[in-house]
Design a protein around this ligand. Structure first.
Ligand code: NDP
Length: 462
């Protein structure tokens, strides 16, 4: 019999925590998981899932508009925010229930309490002050929106957390940031009829994506009526007597809006977790430092997911959890593979991408072939919508391997998943060329771009 209360104690009931607890429980280990809020974590409770439901809700006005070109007459359309919120919350509660059921089915003890580390093998449950011991501890507490507390008036601003539960939709909103969350929510709020402005410090939104995607999305958003201010930053936020928020920017613009949302990145959730007590090392941002196997510097303590600030994505946290189980409980040391992660921005239009942007690839490879297509998707012909799709394949000329694939347009996220398989498999451009097109689809363009649009040699377009 082990000297510890548990074989594994997991702190945090999000994607990484739940997966590791459930798998270890399924192997017959004695496992407990502590969660202070709701099972499901950021992804299920206040991230990916409710966000995607909001994306769907926000797309209807365009569907109604497009219907006319196909002969439909749609009556007056009205959106009721409380009805949507209630439906969304029911779905989130259902998913939370599934997480609970999965854990219970694997024999995992669910502890509804904050847990803090007190030593290499011990944890204190804040709810009742009880200390428990475990042979291994997994920290999977995720991240939290950066509150940007140095900004005068930050207390008037909301983050994505609050955006999921607003009492009513504001008439106008200013969103700060140019990353996933800022861009997705700008499209959501605009679609729901909110006058939307986005402010971003850089020259172009979505700094880590391919420039064609960034520019294409920017143009499409502006065309819809979203105002985008680049190379500027909020200097202060104050509340007017009428209750509006007055925002002054560094460049001297004044904006008056009903709501300001900050989407300036997320911080690891490590403060007050007791990491010092156990001697667990963190970096300057508070992220837990781990090795290739998600081990911290303390041999009995592991960390998974956003709290390690490797790649802040749900499937990555789940993958890290599965590798941890393989390594620690199945005797098969397995490193998480963070290479070639396909991802999507659920903007409108969407971006789906895997591999290197043209800019990153041109720094890495001597010669590239770039295949690029820009076209109006078939659906937009009768609807009269002016939107464009952009597709791009970046090919290393030396071995013909496709090293980057990027799509802007409808269902780009769905395409990214399949493109991810092809890049992971190491497919060459010749493999794409000998693949029969599925006609008529937008995706067929990915296998019918036979001649390079241009080449990049030693970083220069030729
Ligand atoms: P991101 O890292 O995507 O974007 C943060 C944005 O804030 C960037 O535009 C960044 O600018 C800007 N920024 C950061 N610090 C400052 C500052 N001090 N002043 C002004 N601007 C600043 O983070 P998000 O918050 O949007 O999302 C967090 C994570 O969640 C993402 O990294 C992503 O992994 C994940 N996520 C994934 C989604 C998906 O898969 N669809 C959806 C939502 C979130 P700059 O670019 O110039 O550094």
């Amino acid at each position: 019999m082990s000297q510890y209360d548990y074989d594994l104690f997991v702190i945090g009931g999000g994607s990484g925590g739940v997966r590791s607890a459930r798998l270890a429980g399924g192997l017959g280990k004695r496992v407990a998981i502590a969660e202070e809020y709701r099972l499901g974590g950021t992804c299920v409770i206040r991230g990916c899932v409710p966000k995607k439901l909001m994306v769907y809700a926000s797309q209807y006005p365009e569907h109604f508009e497009d219907a006319a070109g196909y002969g439909w007459t749609v009556g007056e359309a009205r959106f009721d925010w409380p009805t949507f919120l209630a439906a969304k919350d029911r779905e989130i509660a259902r998913l939370e229930g599934l997480y609970r059921k999965g854990l219970e089915g694997a024999g995992v003890e669910i502890i509804e309490s904050r847990a803090e580390i007190t030593g290499p093998n011990s944890v204190r449950l804040v709810r009742n002050g009880k200390e428990v011991t475990a042979e291994r501890i997994v920290i999977a507490v995720g991240g939290t929106p950066n509150p940007h507390a140095a900004l005068p008036g930050y207390e008037y601003c909301i983050s994505s957390n609050e955006a999921f539960h607003l009492d009513s939709l504001p008439r106008s909103i200013l969103i700060a940031g140019g990353g996933y969350i800022a861009v997705e929510f700008a499209n959501i709020f605009h679609g729901l009829g909110v006058e939307t402005t986005l402010i971003y410090r850089g020259a172009e939104i979505l700094s880590r994506f391919d420039l064609d995607m960034r520019r294409g999305l920017h143009e499409a958003m502006v065309e819809k009526g979203i105002r985008i201010i680049c190379q500027d930053h909020i200097a202060s936020v104050s509340k007017s007597a009428a209750g509006n928020l007055e925002v002054d920017t560094l460049n001297g613009t004044r904006l008056v809006v009903e709501q300001v949302m900050l989407a300036l990145g997320r911080d690891p959730n490590t403060s007050g977790l007791g990491l010092e007590a156990a001697g667990v090392k963190v970096d300057e941002r508070g992220a837990i430092i781990v090795d290739d196997y998600s081990r911290t510097n303390v041999s009995s303590i592991f960390a998974l997911g956003d709290v390690t600030d490797r790649v802040q994505l749900t499937p990555v946290a789940i993958h890290e959890a599965m590798c941890f189980i393989e390594s620690e409980f199945r005797g098969k040391p397995t490193k998480p593979d963070h290479d070639l992660i396909a991802t999507a921005v659920f903007s409108q239009p969407e971006i789906g991408t895997v591999g290197l942007s043209e800019e990153a690839a041109s720094r890495k490879y001597q010669e590239l072939e770039v295949y690029r297509a820009q076209f109006r998707p078939m659906k937009a012909t009768l609807s009269g919508r002016t939107e464009k799709m952009i597709m791009k394949l970046i090919v290393n000329a030396a071995d013909r391997k496709v090293v980057g694939a990027h799509v802007l347009g409808h269902d780009a996220g769905e395409m990214a998943q399949l493109l991810g398989i092809t890049l992971k498999a190491g497919c060459t451009k010749d493999d794409f060329d000998r693949t029969m097109a599925v006609h008529p689809t937008a995706a067929e363009e990915l296998v019918t771009m036979y001649a390079p649009s241009y080449r990049i040699r030693n970083g220069e377009r030729v």
